[in-house]
Structure formats: structure tokens, C-alpha cells
Design a protein. Structure first.
Lengths: 307, 394
């Protein structure tokens, strides 16, 4: 397990990270979401040791992470980068060897991964001659070629075409199923929701929510959709706030939020009293909504500290 | 399988990549050919200038004809062949204008006149004025009843040296010249390659991927060692071609002098390269794009150019020049000046040793500074990082 505890980092006057804490467990895909400048990239850079944190810890299997563990991480930086004039195969082999692989294993891994992402035909071409999409595939190979124990990928899906998104999702799922913790950041919340086992939402340098999408929903299970009773049935109920009403084929759909102390059974009774109830379901907000709420609830104004 | 890499293996892997990329690139071969062409060009130019200066053509009119034998004799004494043609004034002027004659000697109302196209070669001018003055003096002495030969004898100054004159002086000069040029080109081109390589990694962003698995110092060391080795290879190839060529054409006759000069050139290349590579790497780490690199490395040309100019312009006439001697001990200047002085035979071994040790000391300091600058700025992109920020790490 990769455990990140209380990371803090300040750049000049800006507190970029302010106590970031979460963990990524073996066999799980961890989605790391947050706005621009929320601290995703800074966190990942600190995990990889490319940046030093001001305080906080990064632990792998319970021990503080060191160069030897970092060597076992597969990393895709936000700023994609490969040697433009180096051939795909030679480049991947070089990177694999820098991670400590011997020549034969490295060559074997290069062949396997280029085949897996479908660029085996371009192995002898210079990287700069490849299309942007294919360069991204090489970049993914660069993160995977040394058979890492952990994957840390910064925006791996940005700029990918739909087929490449499928390839990427497939590869990440495969790695996770094989027991490798995979952390990746993304702006594409539907993708994160579909793909990830757990999600961490970061805002202004602090984690505002961590858990499975299901956890995040039920942790906030005070919203219900009631279909059937006529419009306005819940307007006067004590402890209940109406979030919205829309028409559905079987009657009006009223979305309500229960206040503190309000009871869902009392709500149901009130609904049945108002009219025939066709549906009564806890509302499961999509990640987009959870994200918006989490960020809105917690986002303090970015701390500006005089240096 | 996969095992942790020792620092030495990491550095070796990085260096091997640099060597492979350089040797495979066209620029290595082209650089080699270009340097050879420059050397050959210099050789041709000097022999051309040499042959051009040693003879001149002079037209004389009937009034000046009496000077012809004395002019030819004076020309021989100066090591200059003066071809003299009898012409009339108008025809002579026409030939000077067309370039057929270097100058025309005639007699005007107030004495002799030397007419050139837009200037008169200074040697020819000296020969003619000397001869005319001599003639005037001789005839004045004769009319006063004194034998000019007696005066000449009384005015003769004999020149001799306490130590026998070095018969190989000309060859030493050529060697010093070649060594200075070779070092200057090697240091600027491979120092430049280091800066280029650092910026390439920065601008292509691959550096973040590399530094997520290896240390900045190892990456820097591998790059400098790899490029230094390629530069050394080029230096040896050029040195070998130059030595064989010079011995074959009889330009140089003493293989031992050539070999010791080449040996010193290699030593000083290594010292100079490591010293300058640190500077070039730091300059490269401060900028993010190739376009900004030129202005960042431009100041580095001065400490390289100054000793080079001294080596090729001051030392040939004045091998024991005080300023050159002092500068040849100063790190950054010594890599070009000391081997040039050594090739001229004016630097005893202990001077070379002291200067080499001083340079080694400077390298140690510079490696520390450069590693710091590199570590602090190699991951920073965007605006150019200032030297002060880079050193302090703020």
C-alpha cells in the first residue's frame, strides 16, 4: 500500500499543498480529481521524489519511500516528455535499464508493451516522427516498461482519442487487477467514476473527500427522489427542503433533501398521504455533482502568505 | 531481472546513450570534416600569404634606371625578390593601375617618387626608400672625400644569441598554433553540445521522467563524461590526421615534439573540457528553450576567445610575453595558453604541473557549483532562471 500522509508544500507565497493524506491500495484504481492548481501534480511529483515536500510522509508497505522504491514506480508526468530524436525502441530500452533492468529483460519488456498498446510497428522510428496519439502510447509504455510495483499517472487520458482511451483504461484495469496500486489524475469525471475503485477529491491543496464513489454517495444519503405525488406536496414538510421537481412519464419527480433529524420513513408516509407513490429512491448523485459539492463545501480562499 | 543500479552503472548508462547518439548523428562526421577543412584552409591561406609577400614587381622609368642594381641587392638582403622592368611613365602608370606592376619608381621635380595603385607594399617601400637614401648618403660622403664603406663598417651591429637559436622554432610555432586552434574548437563545440543536451532534455520535458528514477548529479555526470569522450575521440582523430599529414608533407620533422604536444593537448583538453562543461551545463539548465540558449552561453565565449587570440597573435612574436605567462596559470585561460606555451618550448614542466593543479582545483569548485545550479533549475520551466536564484536554490 502506498500511504501519503500530511504532505505540505509552499511555493513562495502560495501554499500549494496543505496536509494531503490518502492511500492507494494493492489492486485498486485510485482516481485523483481536482481543479487546475488544486495540487494533484505537486502531490505526484513529491511521491516520485522529483520535488521535495516541506513536511509529510510518503510510505510504501509501511516504510518511508526511498530511491529504491521510487525506481519501482511507473510515472507519467503531466508534461509529457521523451527524447524527440531517439528511436522508440531504443528509448524505452534505455528507460527500462535506468530503472535497473538488464538488457535482455528490457528488450523483452519493450516488445511486450509496444505490442500491447499497438505501436510495435513504429519501434524503429524516431519519437518525433510519430503522431501525438502514438507518442502518448509510447509515454504509457515508458511508465510500464520496467514492470513497476506502483503506477502514478498524471492526466493519462488527456489528449487521447476514443480508441486510445479504451486501450489506456484496459491497461490500467489490467495492472490494478494484477495487484498494482494505480493512481491517476483526471478532469474527465465520468471516466473516473466508471473506472476507479476509489476516488480522492483535492481542492486548494487539501483532500476534501476520499472513498469509493459509493461511499461518497451514501455518506451523503439525505437526498431522495419521490415519483408520483403531485407538485408541491413536500413544500410545507418540516425538516425537508425541495431541491427540484421535473416531469416523468409516471408523474412528477420531486428531489428532496432531509434536514438534520428528519426521518426517511416519515418522508415516505407524507408522500403516500399526498398521492400514489410510484418510486421512492435514495438519490445517487454522479461524481460530477459530488465533486462540485465537495469543492464548494470545503474550498477556503487560497491562502496567500507574505513571504 | 531488475536490481538497483549503482551510481557508476547509472552514470555509465547515461554516458553510453550520449556517445551513441553523438556518433550516430550526422553532426559528428560533419563537425570532423568541417574542422579538417578549416585546418586545411588555414594552411593554404598562410602559404598563400607567405608566397605573395616574398616577391614584388617594380617598374622604373629612365630617370631612375641607375638604381636598378642597388634595388635588387637590397631586395635580396630583405629576403624579397624584386622583379624590375623598364617602362616609361605613362605605360608604367597604366600597368600599376591594371595590377601588372606593384609600383612604379620615377623621378619627379623634388626627388624620387614611388607610385602605387591605392597603396604601396610596406616591404617594397622600405627597400626603395632605403636604397635611395643610401645612394644619396653615399654620394654626399664621396663628395666630402669619405669612403662610404668605412662608414658602413663603423655602423654595423652584429647580432648573436647566448643560447644557440632554436632550429625548430618555426615548427614549434606551427605546433602551438595547431594546438591552440584544436583546443579552442574542441572546447567550444563539445562544451556547446553539453549545453544543448541539457536544454534538449528540459525543452522536451524528458528530464522529469529521468529524474523520477535517477539523481540529477548522475544524469549531469553521465552527460558530461559521454560528450567529453566523444570530443576526445574527435580530438584524437584530428590530431592523428594532422600529425601524419604534417610529417608526410615534411611540414614537421620531429615526431617526438609532435607527440609530446599532442599528449599535452589531450591533457589540457580534458582539464579544459570538464572546467567549461560545468559552465555550459549550468547555462543550459537556466533556460527552457533552444532559442534562449544562444544568449545564455554567449558570455562563455570570452574566457575561451581571449587566451586563443593571445595564443595565436601574441605568442608567435613574443613567446615569453609577461601577460600570456601570467594568464597561462589562471584557470579558464590556462587550457588554451599553457599547451601553446609548452609547444613553443617556453613553459618548463613544473609550470605545466602547477597550472594543471590549479585548474583541477577550479574544476572541483565548479563541479560543486554546477551541480547545485543544475539541481535547482533543471526542473524549472518557463522564464529564465537567474544565476543567483539557481545557486541559492530559492
Amino acid at each position: 500500500m502506498l500511504a501519503i500522509g500530511g504532505l505540505a508544500k509552499r511555493f513562495g507565497a502560495v501554499q500549494a499543498l496543505d496536509g494531503v493524506t490518502f492511500d492507494a491500495r494493492p489492486g485498486e484504481l485510485f482516481g485523483f480529481v481536482g481543479g487546475n492548481g488544486a495540487g494533484k501534480t505537486t502531490t505526484m511529483r513529491i511521491v516520485l521524489g522529483v520535488l521535495a515536500s516541506d513536511s509529510g510522509t510518503v510510505r510504501w508497505q509501511g516504510r518511508p519511500i526511498d530511491a529504491d522504491v521510487r525506481r519501482r514506480i511507473g510515472y507519467m508526468p503531466e508534461e509529457r516528455g521523451l527524447y524527440p530524436k531517439m528511436k522508440v525502441g531504443a528509448q524505452l530500452e534505455y528507460l527500462a535499464r535506468l530503472h535497473g533492468m538488464d538488457v535482455a529483460t528490457a528488450r523483452d519488456a519493450v516488445r511486450r508493451w509496444t505490442e500491447r498498446v499497438g505501436i510495435e510497428a513504429r519501434i524503429g522510428d524516431e519519437v518525433q516522427k510519430l503522431s501525438l496519439g502514438n507518442q502518448q502510447r509510447v509515454q504509457l509504455c515508458a511508465a510500464l516498461v520496467h514492470d513497476p510495483d506502483v503506477l502514478v499517472l498524471d492526466e493519462p487520458f488527456s489528449g487521447l482519442d476514443p480508441t486510445a482511451v479504451e486501450t489506456m483504461s484496459g491497461v490500467l484495469r489490467e495492472k490494478a487487477d494484477a495487484g498494482t496500486p494505480v493512481i491517476f489524475s483526471s478532469h474527465q469525471l465520468e471516466l473516473v467514476e466508471r473506472l476507479c475503485d476509489r476516488v480522492g477529491i483535492i481542492s486548494a491543496g487539501a483532500m476534501v473527500a476520499v472513498g469509493t464513489v459509493e461511499d461518497l454517495r451514501t455518506g451523503d444519503s439525505t437526498r431522495y427522489d419521490v415519483v408520483g405525488p403531485p407538485r408541491g406536496w413536500a413544500d410545507e414538510l418540516a425538516g425537508v427542503r425541495v431541491l427540484g421537481v421535473e416531469e416523468s412519464p409516471v408523474g412528477p419527480r420531486t428531489r428532496v433533501e432531509l434536514g438534520a433529524g428528519a426521518d426517511d420513513q416519515a418522508l415516505l408516509a407524507a408522500a403516500t398521504a399526498a398521492g400514489a407513490v410510484r418510486e421512492f429512491t435514495p438519490y445517487r448523485p454522479p461524481l460530477t455533482e459530488l465533486y462540485r459539492d465537495a469543492v464548494a463545501d470545503h474550498a477556503p480562499p487560497r491562502q496567500e502568505v507574505a513571504s | 531481472m531488475s536490481a538497483p543500479l549503482s551510481p557508476a552503472r547509472t552514470v555509465a548508462l547515461v554516458a553510453r546513450r550520449e556517445i551513441g547518439m553523438q556518433l550516430r548523428s550526422r553532426s559528428f562526421l560533419y563537425g570532423l570534416l568541417l574542422t579538417l577543412a578549416i585546418f586545411a584552409g588555414y594552411g593554404l591561406l598562410f602559404s598563400f600569404i607567405g608566397s605573395e609577400g616574398s616577391s614584388s614587381t617594380l617598374g622604373v622609368t629612365a630617370e631612375a634606371r641607375a638604381l636598378t642594381p642597388a634595388l635588387q641587392q637590397a631586395g635580396q638582403q630583405q629576403g624579397q625578390t624584386v622583379a624590375i622592368t623598364d617602362v616609361d611613365r605613362a605605360g608604367g602608370e597604366a600597368q600599376v593601375r591594371s595590377g601588372g606592376l606593384d609600383a612604379l619608381l620615377t623621378r619627379g621635380p623634388d626627388g624620387f617618387e614611388l607610385i602605387g595603385q591605392d597603396s604601396v607594399d610596406s616591404t617594397l617601400q622600405r627597400i626603395v626608400t632605403g636604397t635611395v637614401g643610401q645612394q644619396a648618403r653615399d654620394s654626399a660622403l664621396r663628395s666630402a672625400g669619405v669612403d662610404p664603406a668605412t662608414v658602413d663598417r663603423a655602423g654595423t651591429v652584429g647580432v648573436s644569441t647566448l643560447v644557440p637559436e632554436d632550429p625548430l622554432r618555426g615548427q614549434r610555432l606551427g605546433l602551438a598554433f595547431a594546438v591552440a586552434i584544436l583546443l579552442f574548437f574542441s572546447l567550444t563545440s563539445y562544451g556547446g553540445a553539453v549545453a544543448q543536451g541539457v536544454v534538449e532534455e528540459k525543452s522536451s520535458r524528458v528530464v522529469e521522467l529521468l529524474l523520477s528514477t535517477i539523481k540529477p548529479l548522475h544524469l549531469l555526470a553521465g552527460k558530461i563524461l559521454g560528450l567529453g569522450a566523444v570530443g576526445l575521440l574527435q580530438l584524437l582523430i584530428l590530431g592523428a590526421i594532422g600529425t601524419v599529414g604534417a610529417l608526410a608533407f615534411g611540414v614537421l620533422t620531429v615526431p617526438t615534439a609532435v607527440l609530446s604536444a599532442l599528449g599535452l593537448a589531450v591533457l589540457w583538453y580534458l582539464l579544459g573540457f570538464f572546467l567549461y562543461a560545468t559552465l555550459y551545463a549550468s547555462a543550459g539548465a537556466l533556460v527552457s528553450r533552444q532559442e534562449e540558449l544562444q544568449s545564455a552561453v554567449a558570455p562563455l565565449i570570452f574566457p575561451l576567445l581571449i587566451p586563443f587570440v593571445i595564443a595565436v597573435s601574441v605568442l608567435p612574436n613574443d613567446p615569453r610575453n609577461g601577460l600570456a605567462t601570467v594568464l597561462s596559470f589562471v584557470p579558464f585561460f590556462s587550457p588554451t595558453l599553457m599547451p601553446a606555451r609548452a609547444a613553443l618550448g617556453v613553459a618548463p614542466w613544473w609550470q605545466v604541473l602547477i597550472s594543471a593543479l590549479l585548474t583541477l582545483g577550479a574544476i572541483a569548485v565548479m563541479v560543486w557549483v554546477a551541480a547545485r545550479i543544475y539541481r535547482n533549475s533543471v526542473l524549472r520551466t518557463g522564464a529564465k532562471v537567474s544565476w543567483r536564484e539557481a545557486i541559492s536554490g530559492r
